[in-house]
Design a protein around this ligand. Sequence first.
Ligand SMILES: Nc1ncnc2c1ncn2[C@@H]1O[C@H](COP(=O)(O)OP(=O)(O)OP(=O)(O)O)[C@@H](O)[C@H]1O
Ligand SMILES: [Mg+2]
Length: 257
Amino acid sequence: MQVWAIANQKGGVGKTTTVVTLAGLLAEVGYNVLMIDLDPHGSLTSYFHYDPDELDHSVYDLFVTQNEITQNQVNSLLCSTSVDRIQLMPASTAMATLERRAIDHQGMGLQVAKALRHVKDRYDFVLIDSPPVLGVLMVNALAACHHLIVPAQTEFLALKGLERMVRTISMINRARKKKLNYTIIPTFYDRRTQASVSCLRELHKCYPDELSSAVIPVDTKFRNASMKGVVPSSLDAGSRGVHAYARLLRSLIEQRR
Ligand SMILES: Nc1ncnc2c1ncn2[C@@H]1O[C@H](COP(=O)(O)OP(=O)(O)OP(=O)(O)O)[C@@H](O)[C@H]1O
Ligand SMILES: [Mg+2]
């Protein structure tokens, strides 16, 4: 089982879209995929038509349990989606309160990693959608993953957010035994705009080793897929956006070998 976290401290850069699109592409080639929504806003959860305000069980449960996390508890968190091979561990809005609680409860950084031990034979890939805030939830995502994917919007304001994220990765690496490798993916790329073109050039200059060669273009199909609650590749497998994510996926799987 491979665990990838998708994170950036900047909002609206395409994190949730990256999770959903990669999950769809992985399922298409026969992999079993678990998506975990760690964002209290629950965009990924809402995407698949679950209401983060109404759920009986969510990732929240992992953080308020008094005892060891059990197999049954993890099973109770798994929800089906519109795709057979993809399951979801949903978020609830109550997770917004966790950041405050975490100060009282030391050692909350490994709850997701501990839960994943119970499903390691069931899934080939786990994709974790992280909130755009550095706190206990993002720390859980970074601690549980083997590889980190950082979507970065190709505009100059996003570069600042990316610098912050890279500093966070260095901080996390000081605490981890094994170095966390990451891939930056340029998103919302529009080659007709000077802002996109020069931002991509800057990304190449600053992060030559981490930058993905796959560039995700602006593509309205992503929004259409999210409105329908389906993975983008099932709505339009030939779209430019899906093609770019397929290229990204090939390079990520290649790196893993
Ligand atoms: N490449 C793209 N082209 C066009 N629209 C996109 C693209 N990627 C994402 N979007 C749309 O932009 C919006 C924000 O994307 P998304 O929710 O994936 O970002 P996010 O980083 O998860 O945001 P947040 O920080 O709020 O969780 C969504 O409506 C999504 O459909
Ligand atoms: Mg999101």
